[in-house]
Design a protein around this ligand. Structure first.
Ligand SMILES: [Zn+2]
Length: 488
């Protein structure tokens, strides 16, 4: 590799070896690399790879054994982890940006979202999700956590046997070539206090025992098959959608299945949700969650927008992560997460594309920083003691934290991690004159997301020269699916 951002910082002329399953097995840098690699800077497939992992500039499917490796020209950085996504909402992006009442809010947006949720079937979902996952890859996300609560065909009985709405997501991720953490999501009530689901929420219904059993089956199958890009976790939609006794029972059962299982939950996104929780329980949602003493480093609290200073301290102390999606939180008028305070408390933070109004990690991270600049009337607010470049700090930490809470082995270019990385074209105008140390700053603050030229997941190139192999066919399918969905 010409220049690569490794876990210890930028390195030049690195030689990286990747196993047949896409895991990095060795990294040599500088003098070590030039002594052992006659071709100089390169990415090498392991000698044990069945047909090599295709980790060669210009190769899309793989190399025959013994073929010489070409150097990866450009700046190689870790792929970003997308820790929160609802794939079906891609079909709604840009379609709710008109005034429909004097007080448009999250809550009437949600009614529109339910209309779409009740219209989409497995085939349309597969196409929409595949399109979305290709867009994610091209923007720099190499894995995604799909927080999935579309469970039933309609208001009637659940599917018998395999769930085609779940399989649609699995297939979409496999077709696109993105790492997937699938989070079947428990959804049982329409509000705090056990209020019954509304008719428009009927498709989301899932019983606790069926939920735990389904997670257990998927985890068992993954252990047997050992697919390195796929992982199952679990999610609770929110405290208003899952009664506390059910949440506790399920959390304990999930921990028995896998002590490292990723567990995600939406919490304190909206001010109304906080007041409803207080009325029903006498507690604020984050406070209520902290009191259960269930949180571990495998938990991810999505949004936590309306957490108090004390609650932020509590989350940081629990080692659970927070996932923010600034683009969605802005689009829905949620409010501002206090990133500065949370990071100061030692909190772990990752990002997600959530409602898909923006599918661009550079933009998410740019606005994470800009929110703080606007609030504090200062610059370079989220740089760290160990990293003065704010772009580097935000990308590095979000990629790694996201991978950890998704149970994915990506997030860094290091031995034992999966070979999920992006190549920035150093000759792109947005990168002109940039030293490697400025690459992430250019990515976040100067439009260098357009310089993401190649994308690798698990040792395979999934985007080459800005193109995904399936995108042309996909475009036609996606246009047709969107036309059908708009007809209702
Ligand atoms: Zn969400």
């Amino acid at each position: 590799m010409q220049s690569a951002y490794l876990s210890q910082g930028w390195a030049h002329d690195a030689r990286v070896t990747v196993s047949p399953t896409g895991i990095i097995t060795s990294i040599e840098t500088g003098a070590d690399a030039s002594a052992s690699a006659s071709t100089g800077a390169s990415v090498s497939a392991s000698a044990t790879a069945s047909a090599s992992v295709g980790a060669r500039q210009g190769a899309s499917a793989g190399l025959p054994h013994g073929a010489p490796m070409e150097p990866v020209l450009g700046l190689v950085i870790p792929g970003m982890s997308n820790a929160h996504s609802h794939a079906f909402q891609r079909a709604m992006a840009g379609n709710a940006e008109f005034r429909s009442s004097a007080r448009d809010s999250f809550w009437n947006w949600r009614q529109n979202m339910y209309v779409l949720a009740n219209r989409i079937g497995p085939e349309a979902l597969r196409i929409v999700a595949t399109q979305l996952f290709v867009e994610m890859l091209k923007a720099g996300y190499t894995s995604v956590a799909e927080f999935h609560y579309l469970h039933r065909p309609g208001s009637g009985a659940p599917y018998a046997g395999a769930n085609p709405l779940w399989e649609a997501i699995d297939e979409a991720a496999a077709t696109a070539g993105i790492g997937l953490t699938f989070l079947p999501t428990l959804y049982q009530t329409s509000d705090f206090g056990g209020a019954a689901l509304k008719p428009e929420q009927a498709r989301f219904a899932l019983q606790t025992d069926a939920f735990v059993r389904a997670v257990e089956e998927r985890v068992g199958a993954e252990r047997r098959n050992g697919v390195s890009t796929r992982r199952t976790g679990a999610a609770f939609h929110s405290l208003r959608a899952v009664p506390l006794d059910q949440l506790r029972e399920a959390a304990v059962a999930l921990r028995a299945i896998d002590a490292n299982l990723p567990v995600h939950i939406h919490v304190a996104e909206q001010a109304l949700e906080v007041s409803a929780c207080q009325r029903a329980t006498g507690r604020r949602p984050v406070q209520l969650l902290l009191e259960q003493e269930l949180l571990t480093r495998h938990w991810c609290l999505v949004h936590a927008t309306h957490a108090t200073a004390q609650e932020l301290q509590g989350i940081a102390g629990s080692h659970a992560a927070v996932c923010v999606s600034i683009s969605t939180e802005a689009n829905l008028g949620d409010g501002l997460f206090d990133t500065t305070r949370f990071l100061k408390a030692g909190g772990r933070l990752c990002i997600g594309s959530d409602s898909q109004s923006t599918v661009n990690p550079a933009e998410e991270l740019r606005w994470l920083e800009y929110q703080q600049r606007l609030r504090k009337k200062r610059r370079v607010v989220l740089a760290a003691k160990d990293e003065s470049h704010v772009g580097t700090r935000l990308w590095r930490d979000a990629a790694l934290c996201g991978a950890q809470v998704m149970g994915q082995p990506g997030g860094a270019i290091a031995v034992g991690h999966r070979a999920d990385w992006l190549v920035l074209d150093a000759s792109h105008p947005a990168m002109a004159g940039a030293a490697p140390e400025q690459a992430f700053d250019r990515l976040l603050f100067a439009g260098a997301d357009k310089a993401i030229r190649d994308v690798m997941v698990a040792g395979r190139w999934v985007v080459k020269d800005h193109r995904h192999a399936g995108e042309q066919q996909l475009q036609a399918d996606f246009s047709r699916a969107m036309r059908d969905l708009s007809k209702g």
